[in-house]
Design a protein around this ligand. Structure first.
Ligand SMILES: [Zn+2]
Length: 106
């Protein structure tokens, strides 16, 4: 395992872990105590270290999922707005009918 920079799983505070000397876990499931020297590589410092390809893959998948979730939320908002417009339109139609004195069937 060469020196690579991992991505820390969400929920871990790297700065706090550095101060308290507690372990963090990377997306690719490596546990280590981050320090100023090792940063997010978990190994002796190498400023030219590349990003961990496994962490990168997992991060990309996470981002895809996040984008899909955003699209789903937007679709839910559109659906809710359309249902609301539908109910409002029905109310308008029924009110207009009442004004015309036509029988209203709810
Ligand atoms: Zn990794």
């Amino acid at each position: 395992m060469g020196t690579v920079n991992h991505r820390i799983r969400p929920g871990y505070d790297v700065t706090l872990a550095m101060i308290e000397g507690t372990e963090v876990r990377s997306l690719c499931a490596i546990s280590f105590v981050p320090t100023v020297q090792v940063g997010t590589s978990g190994l002796a410092t190498d400023p030219t270290a590349p990003d961990c390809p496994e962490c990168q893959d997992l991060y990309d998948i996470t981002r895809e999922a996040w984008e899909a979730k955003k699209r789903r939320n937007a679709a839910n908002r559109d659906l809710y707005a359309a249902k609301k417009r539908y109910r409002e339109r029905v109310d308008e139609i029924l009110k207009a009918r009442e004004h015309q004195g036509e029988p209203v069937h709810h």
